[in-house]
Design a protein around this ligand. Structure first.
Ligand SMILES: Nc1ncnc2c1ncn2[C@@H]1O[C@H](COP(=O)(O)OP(=O)(O)OP(=O)(O)O)[C@@H](O)[C@H]1O
Ligand SMILES: [Mg+2]
Length: 329
């Protein structure tokens, strides 16, 4: 049997931003928002990317959506470099990769009803007659749980709740025909009570329609619920990654331990040693191209002098689990 190929790959991506200074006052500074990010995403898989504010999660999505060109490295779809695509290949990539945003209120046009949002992509990307269009729109509305479709499809966005808007947006993504969905904190603005419904819907799209998700979240508990694999980002670095069960049940990197300790899990039997912050600093440290040592050093409860100078290379610490830490194993 042929090995399953990844549907989307990130290869050694580095993203620098130049900030500050206007030529007259102040000098420009370079922030390295992402450093050496690599992963494969397979069909029908959900890969969670977790980490605190400012660690580079949205930047990764924005590069995938071609809002930014990476400073180094590549993103690959169908064996082609996403940032080199032109013409029909680019049109195909725009169809096959879509993003769902945190704010359901801004992702739909308030002037048009939900049917309109589905009709446009169906007309653009497919060749359906009027009857087929209507039945496709209703099929997608039913698929995302907006029923009865005639009633929900005729509503304008302001007539839907936050959770229903995210469902409508997912129906639009189905109408476009995307296979790879970058979901940037899609449930963080929803009430806790409706979050699970949206996660369950994404799970259904993954299982029944073989959609692949890059699921961005602050919340390691929902990452475990919805994802197969996980990457923990800290200050633009992959500090731990692997199968979600291994990483969440047996975290090896001090930062992952900190994240998990902050999200109690009643199912967890193993007692974790809770790392304590060493310094008052609780913000992510800024990383620049000149920075040396371990990015987590200023907050790490187990760091040693060597961590100030030596950058931690990736090492295998489980069957399918890697960390960047010199000490932990
Ligand atoms: N266009 C830009 N210009 C300059 N700096 C940027 C730009 N976009 C992002 N950054 C910086 O890159 C870093 C990562 O930002 P990003 O928005 O990806 O974080 P995030 O993990 O999505 O955070 P949050 O959880 O708050 O959404 C931050 O330090 C941010 O200030
Ligand atoms: Mg973000």
């Amino acid at each position: 049997m042929d090995k399953i190929k990844p549907i989307f790959s990130v290869k050694n991506v580095v993203m620098d931003f130049h900030v500050g200074g206007n030529g007259l006052f102040g000098s420009k500074k370079t922030i390295r928002a992402l450093n050496d990010i690599s992963f494969d995403l397979y069909p029908g898989e959900s890969l969670a990317i977790v980490g605190e504010s400012g660690c580079g999660k949205s930047t990764l999505c924005r590069i995938a959506m071609r809002f930014h060109q990476p400073t180094e490295g590549q993103m690959v779809f169908n064996e082609a470099d996403v940032h080199q695509l032109k013409g029909n290949e680019l049109k195909n990539y725009r169809q096959k990769s879509q993003m769902i945003f945190q704010d359901p209120f801004s992702s739909l046009n308030p002037l048009h009803n939900i049917y309109y949002h589905l009709k446009r992509p169906l007309q653009l990307y497919h060749d359906y007659d009027k009857n087929e269009l209507k039945s496709k729109m209703d099929e997608y509305l039913e698929m995302v749980g907006l029923v009865p479709p005639e009633e929900q499809g005729s509503k304008h966005p302001h007539q839907l709740s936050g959770g229903q808007k995210q469902r409508a947006f997912l129906a639009r993504i189905l109408a476009v025909g995307a296979d790879v969905i970058f979901a940037d904190e899609p449930t963080s603005m929803l009430d806790v009570s409706i979050r699970l419904g949206v996660l369950n819907l994404m799970n259904k799209l993954k299982k029944e329609m073989n959609k692949s998700f890059v699921y961005i979240t602050h919340d390691i508990a929902t990452a475990r619920y919805f994802s197969d694999r996980i990457i923990v980002l800290y200050a633009g670095h992959m500090v731990e990654w692997g199968s979600v069960d291994e990483v969440v049940c047996h975290p090896k990197h001090p930062y992952t331990k900190l994240l998990i300790a902050a999200a109690p899990d009643p199912e967890r039997t193993e007692q974790l040693e809770l790392p304590v912050l060493k310094s008052e600093e609780s913000e992510v440290v800024g990383w620049t191209p000149e920075s040396v040592g371990c990015p987590f050093k200023p907050r790490c409860p187990v760091s040693k002098d060597i961590c100030s100078t030596v950058f931690p290379e990736a090492k295998l610490v489980g069957e399918n689990q890697h960390i960047r830490c010199i000490h932990q194993a």
